[in-house]
Ligand binder design. Structure first.
Ligand code: ATP
Ligand code: MG
Length: 595
C-alpha cells in the first residue's frame, strides 16, 4: 500500500550558508573599459553581472539575488492590488503587431526573426497586443470584469544606444501589467491602484523618485505618468518647483500665459529697413541702436517653419512663433502634435514656397498664403513684437498680436528654462535628471478596438473594454538602486534587496576563531538571516575591501578581538563599527541586520 500523503514532521531546513571560498564570484580591481556610470562600474567590478554582448548581460549569483529580491517586492505589491501573475512568451508571431501597426511603427527597435518556414516573428518589446487577445479569447461576460494581469518577463528592444550596462539593455526584465475594465471609472480605479502600488514598491526599494506627468495631454492624449528616479546620469530631463513639489516632464510643462494687454494707446506697427539682420542677435542690436529702448530677444517674435503630418494625412507647412530668446524644443513640439509627425522645413520646401523669406518670415505672409500659424502661449493679445516683414532686410516693429495678426492657436513648443514660473504659480522651475523606472498609462480603447475585445454587457449589448498598461523596469531598478546607493568604496544595498543580510568576514587565523565564525554563521542562519561567509584564505585587507565593494548592509568581523571574546559589527551605510561580546552576538547582529 502506498503511504497516504499527510503532514510530515516539521523539520527546520536552514538555507545553506554561502561560502566565498566556493562562490562563483570574481571581483575586479579595475573599472571595465566600457563603463561610464558608477552603477555599471561597480556591478561589474563586484561580480554581479557580466556583459555577453552590447546591452546583453548575464546575471551572476549575487546579481541574481538582487534581481530576484526586486522581483519579489514588485510581486508582493502587485498581488496586494489583486493583480494575477501569468507568463507570456517572448517569441511572438507578427500578426497581432501587424494588426496594431506596431510591426512597422517600432522600426529598427524591434528584434525580428524568421522561423524555418519563413514566417515573420519578433521578440516582444512590450505585450499590449497579446494581453488584449488573451482577454478576448478567455472572457465573454461583464461579470468577468474587472481584471488585472501581469507578468515579470524578459523584453527585447534593439535600442539605438544601449547604455550603462543593465540600465538600458537590449534584453531586460520588465514587470508589465494590464488592466481591463468595462468603463472609464473602472480604468481610473485600476490606474490609481497601480500608482499607489508603485509608490509602495519604490519606497520599499528605498529609491528616491518623482512622479511626473508624461505629456500635457493637450491634444487629447490619455493620462500617463512616469516614475523617474533622481540621478545625474539619467537621460530624462524633468523640471520641478521646489516650493510646491510640482514635477513634470519637460514635454508636459504648460506655459504660464500673461494677461492680455488692451490695444488702446499701442503705437502703430511700422516696417523698418533692417539690413543684415537675419538672426535674433543682429536684430536686437539693430533695434537698440535705432530706438531709445532696451530691447532683448524676448521682444522679438521668431517664426520657425516646420511641416506636420497627421496619421493618414499629407505634410502641411506650419509656422511656429516663439519669443526670439527661446529655441523651439523639438521634443516638446513632437509631444504637442502627437500622434502627428513633425519635421523642420527643408531647403527644397523653402524653394518651393518663395513667400517664405528665410530670416525675415512674419505672420503676415503666413496668413496671406493660408499657412497654419501656431504661437507660444506668451504671445497673448496686446503683446507687441519685432518680427519679420517677409522681405529681405525688413522687419516690423510694434506688430501687435490680436490687432495686426491672429494666430490659428497656441502650441507648447518653446524650450523650458530654469527660472520659468511653475504652472502652479508657486515659484520658479528648476531642472533635474532622472531615470524612468515606471510608467503608468490609461490606454483607453486603442488595443481593445484593434482586437475588438468585447464582452456581453449587463444590458445584453456588447461592451468594448477599456485598458490600462503599467510597466516597471525590474532589471533597470537593480542599476538604479546601485546608482543611488554607493560610495567610492563600493555598493551599499538597502536591506530590502541586499543579496545577503550579513557578510561575515573571518579575519583571524586562529583555529578557535575560525570555528567560532562558522558556528556564528550557523546560528545567524538559524535565526533567519541570510549569511555570506568569507572563509577564503586571503588577507583581512583583501576581505575588507571586497566586503565594501560587495555592499551587504551589515558586515560582521571575527578578528583579533575574538581571543578577548568580542567581534565587530560594521554598518555599511554609516560606516560605524561596534564591538559586541561573542556571547550575545546573534542578538546584536540580528538587531543590526533588521536595521
Ligand atoms: P525609456 O524612455 O527609458 O526608453 P520607455 O518609455 O521606452 O523607456 P516603457 O515602454 O515605458 O519604456 O517600459 C516600461 C519600463 O521598462 C520603463 O519605465 C523602464 O523602467 C523599463 N525599460 C524600458 N526600456 C528599457 C531598457 N532598454 N533597459 C532596461 N529597462 C528598460
Ligand atoms: Mg515609458
Amino acid at each position: 500500500m502506498p503511504r497516504a500523503c499527510g503532514p510530515g514532521r516539521p523539520t527546520k531546513v536552514s538555507a545553506v550558508i554561502t561560502r566565498m571560498s566556493t562562490l562563483f564570484l570574481r571581483t575586479l580591481r579595475d573599472d571595465p573599459a566600457d563603463a561610464e556610470v558608477p552603477s555599471h562600474k561597480l556591478l561589474v567590478r563586484a561580480g554581479y553581472v557580466r556583459r555577453a554582448a552590447p546591452g546583453v548581460y548575464s546575471w551572476l549569483p549575487l546579481g541574481l539575488r538582487v534581481l530576484k529580491a526586486v522581483e519579489d517586492v514588485v510581486r508582493e505589491e502587485m498581488s496586494a492590488i489583486g493583480a494575477q501573475e501569468i507568463l507570456l512568451p517572448a517569441l511572438l508571431p507578427r500578426d497581432p503587431y501587424e494588426t496594431t501597426g506596431r510591426w512597422t511603427e517600432y522600426g529598427d527597435s524591434l528584434f525580428r526573426l524568421k522561423d524555418r518556414k519563413g514566417a515573420d516573428m519578433l521578440l516582444g518589446p512590450t505585450h499590449e497586443e497579446l494581453f488584449a487577445q488573451l482577454v478576448r479569447s478567455e472572457y465573454s461576460s461583464y461579470k468577468d470584469l474587472p481584471v488585472i494581469l501581469y507578468q515579470i518577463q524578459t523584453k527585447y528592444r534593439d535600442e539605438e544606444r544601449p547604455r550603462a550596462g543593465i540600465l538600458r539593455g537590449r534584453e531586460f526584465v520588465m514587470k508589465d501589467a494590464y488592466s481591463f475594465d468595462l468603463d472609464d471609472d473602472g480604468l481610473k480605479a485600476a490606474y490609481h491602484a497601480h500608482r499607489e502600488a508603485y509608490q509602495k514598491i519604490f519606497r520599499r526599494l528605498e529609491v528616491t523618485y518623482v512622479i511626473v506627468a508624461a505629456t500635457s495631454g493637450a491634444m487629447g492624449g490619455s493620462a500617463s505618468e512616469e516614475f523617474l528616479a533622481e540621478s545625474e546620469v539619467g537621460e530624462d530631463t524633468f523640471v520641478r518647483c521646489l516650493e510646491s513639489g510640482y514635477a513634470a516632464n519637460v514635454e508636459a510643462v504648460i506655459t504660464t500665459a500673461p494677461q492680455p494687454i488692451p490695444f488702446d494707446g499701442l503705437p502703430q506697427a511700422q516696417i523698418h529697413e533692417t539690413p543684415d539682420t537675419p538672426t535674433i542677435e543682429t536684430l536686437v542690436q539693430w533695434a537698440n541702436a535705432t530706438f531709445d529702448h532696451n530691447y532683448g530677444g524676448h521682444d522679438t517674435l521668431k517664426n520657425v517653419m516646420v511641416k506636420i503630418r497627421r496619421p493618414g494625412g499629407d505634410w502641411e507647412i506650419t509656422g511656429i512663433g516663439v519669443p526670439g530668446d527661446r529655441e523651439v524644443d523639438m521634443k516638446r513640439l513632437e509631444a504637442a502634435v502627437e500622434p502627428a509627425e513633425v519635421e523642420i522645413l527643408s531647403e527644397a520646401d523653402f524653394a518651393a514656397n518663395p513667400f517664405l523669406v528665410k530670416g525675415y518670415i512674419g505672420p503676415k505672409a503666413l496668413a496671406a498664403n493660408g499657412i497654419t500659424y501656431l504661437v507660444d502661449p506668451r504671445v497673448v493679445d496686446g503683446t507687441s513684437w519685432i518680427t519679420g516683414a517677409d522681405e529681405p532686410g525688413r522687419h516690423y516693429v510694434g506688430l501687435v498680436a490680436g490687432r495686426d495678426f491672429t494666430a490659428d492657436g497656441t502650441i507648447e513648443a518653446a524650450e523650458v528654462r530654469d527660472g520659468d514660473p511653475s504652472p502652479d504659480g508657486k515659484g520658479p522651475l528648476v531642472s533635474a535628471k532622472g531615470i524612468e523606472i515606471g510608467h503608468i498609462f490609461q490606454l483607453g480603447q486603442k488595443y481593445t478596438d484593434a482586437f475588438e475585445v468585447d464582452v456581453l454587457g449587463e444590458s445584453g449589448k456588447p461592451v468594448r473594454l477599456t485598458m490600462g498598461s503599467y510597466g516597471v523596469g525590474v532589471s533597470r531598478l537593480v542599476a538604479v538602486i546601485a546608482e543611488q546607493c554607493h560610495d567610492e568604496k563600493g555598493l551599499r544595498w538597502p536591506r530590502s534587496v541586499a543579496p545577503y543580510a550579513v557578510h561575515l568576514v573571518i579575519a583571524n587565523k586562529d583555529e578557535a576563531a575560525i570555528t567560532g565564525a562558522h558556528e556564528l554563521a550557523e546560528d545567524l542562519d538559524a535565526a533567519g538571516l541570510s549569511v555570506l561567509l568569507d572563509d577564503r584564505k586571503a588577507s583581512p585587507g583583501v576581505k575588507f575591501k571586497d566586503a565594501e565593494l560587495l555592499g551587504m548592509p551589515v558586515v560582521v568581523v571575527v578578528g583579533r578581538g575574538y581571543a578577548n571574546g568580542t567581534i565587530e559589527i560594521r554598518d555599511r551605510f554609516t560606516g560605524e563599527t561596534t564591538e559586541v561580546a561573542v556571547d550575545g552576538a546573534v542578538d546584536a547582529v540580528t538587531a543590526a541586520a533588521r536595521g
